[in-house]
Design a binder for this molecule. Structure first.
Ligand code: MG
Length: 248
């Protein structure tokens, strides 16, 4: 071994020993983070009801937080604390606009089974008015995989089909991260979505490819905060207990 090599090996060994000593000599407290402390909130009962920091969009008492697409009062059916889609009355949107959110929504397919495929128990939640998480009765009802319940419509099938029977209440807990755009309106980062259907992970941080389209390939068009839209697809799907937490 020549002299340069010997020096190099020695330095390498010394560096290694010093590094190990530094690890050992670090006190446990040096890797503790105390400030800021997370804000204290009160979780909702049974993990379904709204926590104390949620914005309640629908609690069964009124439709004051929604309008139809023309900005008029919602013409869906509000009865016994439930909101039910009425055919031909159009989609509804939240009055408030949102970016990234956590959403909880409970929905029920009609117990009277009517229609096949996309025609059975179809509705949907559009984040920022653009990106649909499908609602559909896919209990013994086959359709294209990327169009069934909990699919990112025409983009990504759910990891599993976690549908309950028609007439039974189902939950979506969704974490939606809004896309970001540069000042010149080009895409800086796409939207991402995680969906938990009836307690089961069905979309795992999926990167949304662009706005939901029935026909053609999805693409992004720059936008800011926007309402949540719930789809009227002709089927009397019911809803209850809708709340969001803003994540921006
Ligand atoms: Mg739909």
């Amino acid at each position: 071994m020549n002299c340069n090599k010997t020096i190099f090996v020695k330095l390498f060994l010394i560096f290694g020993i010093l590094k190990s000593l530094a690890q050992v000599e670090m006190k446990p407290e040096q890797t503790e983070v105390w400030e800021p402390q997370p804000k204290i909130i009160t979780p909702g009962f049974n993990n379904h009801q709204a926590p104390s920091d949620a914005i309640i969009l629908f609690d069964g008492s009124s439709l004051e937080n929604f309008t139809n697409l023309k900005g008029e009062p919602v013409k869906w059916n509000l009865k016994d604390g439930l909101l039910t889609v009425v055919k031909s009355m159009g989609d509804i949107i939240s009055k408030k606009s949102f970016g990234s959110i956590q959403l909880h929504i409970e929905w029920r397919s009609p117990s009277m089974i009517e229609g096949e495929g996309q025609g059975r128990g179809n509705s949907g939640i559009f984040f920022q008015n653009e990106y649909e998480v499908q609602i559909q009765d896919n209990f013994n009802n086959k359709t294209y995989a990327n169009g069934q319940a909990a699919a990112i419509y025409k983009q990504q099938p759910p990891l599993v089909n976690a549908c309950r029977k028609p007439g039974e209440w189902q939950t979506y807990d969704i974490i939606y991260n809004a896309p970001k755009f540069y000042l010149d309106s080009t895409l800086a980062s796409p939207a991402r979505v995680t969906v938990i259907h009836n307690g089961v992970l069905v979309q795992n941080n999926y990167e949304i490819k662009g706005k939901t389209l029935w026909q053609g390939m999805p693409y992004y068009k720059a936008h800011g905060k926007a309402p949540i839209k719930i789809q009227e697809h002709g089927n009397p799907v019911s809803f209850r207990n809708i709340w969001v937490r803003e994540l921006d």
